[in-house]
Design a protein around this ligand. Structure first.
Ligand code: F3S
Length: 428
């Protein structure tokens, strides 16, 4: 790992102890990955994790409210409390532990609320934009084609690599924190053009139309190619960006896919030859009716039909998705036994409020929540055990993280379950 003179000076303390520590962390991280150098980045999306479940519990009681200490320990792996200066790179915050307006509904403790408020003040002090969403690209952070980014959330990384043509690996809380402080990230993996060519060819032989089908296709692809780069052919038309969002989120949760190509659709894949970089596929796979059915049945076998919670908005919902749910709930009431929580970025909820969608959801007994999500914030209605969702990613995580029995279906089937209290979904 070769550092430039400027980087070496930061390592030696020219910009203070925290930046020196960050540079050391990045140099060691790069070395371990086999990177030869760092690259500049001015677009970091990471987690300020001190208030999140799991992380907040390891903090020493006397340090919990000292954000320099919390950030040093949890984001920079330093037992010593470093004085954290304003961040050098433009930095955006991912998910938080709760919705600040609906924390009581979410069952969040007073202590967590104080941690969240304290974390928020720290973000303002060091200049982190508090987007508090896993989909920064839905609310204005749309990187340029080829831009080197340091993003952490897997569903957003696969989106910007594939749909936009930006460059990021799936980073962690430490590397994004260090990148934010010094504006650098190791140049490896998806930053390098030769690593961005496709490896596997997927022949899509079933007409993939709705969001559920895009999720099932993503789940199948992730399982088959693991961490490689699939190239899809045979698609019928250009999909809506929400479908690409679900496809990538699904493929990254079942298999760790960080980039894909859709021939004639995504920017690095004008032709099959360009997407493969002149090479040949290591394997050719097909997605037909049987593969679709197998992926669906993986999620939907032998569950309790009574549904306690319908969770929508994983990844965080677009305004189009909120509008659809508002249309489906217009004039309806949820079952007394079922909650419906939908998650969206705060910036979009403001629009949903203006359009009357939030009010329609609330009139039906549902909630439109921000800043958080069921699986990562670990917030859910007390006693809930059976969930339904329209997201393969959430269906993947809910049983694993929270022990929920989980149904997967279309958005319409999920809303229907919230109204009747029972699952009537199925694969059409
Ligand atoms: Fe976002 Fe939570 Fe899903 S962070 S991608 S809504 S698991």
């Amino acid at each position: 790992m070769k550092l430039t003179d400027d980087e070496q000076a930061i390592l030696e303390g020219e910009e203070g102890e925290a930046c020196a520590h960050a540079m050391d962390l990045l140099a060691r991280y790069g070395q371990a990955l086999g990177a030869e150098r760092l690259v500049d980045t001015n677009n970091v999306c990471g987690g300020i994790v001190g208030s999140l479940p799991g992380r907040r519990d390891v903090l020493p009681p006397d340090k919990k409210m000292d954000m320099d200490a919390v950030f040093s320990l949890l984001n920079l792996d330093s037992d010593k409390t470093l004085e954290i200066p304003p961040f050098k790179a433009n930095t955006y915050r991912l998910i938080e532990a709760m919705d600040p307006d609906l924390y009581e509904v979410q069952g969040v403790s007073e202590e967590t609320r104080h941690l969240v408020e304290n974390t928020s003040k720290f973000c303002s002090r060091v200049g982190i934009q508090q987007c508090n969403t896993c989909t920064p690209y839905q609310i204005g952070n749309v990187p340029a084609f080829g831009e080197h980014c340091a993003w952490m959330e897997s569903s957003s990384v696969v989106y910007i690599n594939s749909v936009i043509g930006a460059r990021s690996n799936v980073e962690g809380a430490h590397s994004t924190a260090a990148a934010a402080l010094v504006g650098k990230i190791p140049y490896w993996g998806y930053h390098i053009p030769e690593n961005r060519f496709g490896t596997h060819l997927i022949d899509v032989e079933y007409p993939v139309n709705d969001m559920l089908d895009w999720g099932l296709l993503g789940y199948y692809v992730g399982e088959m190619v693991h961490e490689n780069i699939p190239i899809l052919t045979g698609l019928n038309g250009v999909p809506h960006r929400d479908k690409l969002k679900h496809f990538g989120a699904s493929a990254s949760s079942s298999g760790g896919v960080e980039m894909y190509h859709l021939i004639g659709i995504t920017p690095a894949a004008p032709t099959l030859e360009a997407a493969f970089g002149g090479g040949n596929p290591v394997e050719t796979l097909r997605f037909g009716p049987q593969e679709r059915k197998t992926a669906y049945e993986y999620f939907n076998t032998g569950r309790e039909p009574n549904v306690d919670l319908v969770m929508l908005g994983c990844p965080h919902a677009s305004l189009d998705q909120v509008q659809l749910v508002a249309d489906l709930l217009e004039g309806k009431k949820l079952s007394e036994n079922t909650d419906l929580w939908m998650f969206t970025p705060r910036a979009l909820k403001i629009k949903a409020d203006r359009m009357g969608y939030t009010q329609t959801l609330e009139m039906a007994g549902a909630y439109l929540m921000v800043d958080s999500c069921v699986a990562l914030s670990k917030v859910f209605p007390e006693g809930a055990k059976v969930a339904a969702t329209d997201s393969c990613k959430q269906a993947h995580y809910l049983p694993a993280i929270l022990g929920f029995e989980t149904w997967l279906g279309t958005t319409k089937q999920c809303v229907q379950a919230a109204i009747t209290g029972r699952w009537h979904g199925g694969l059409s």
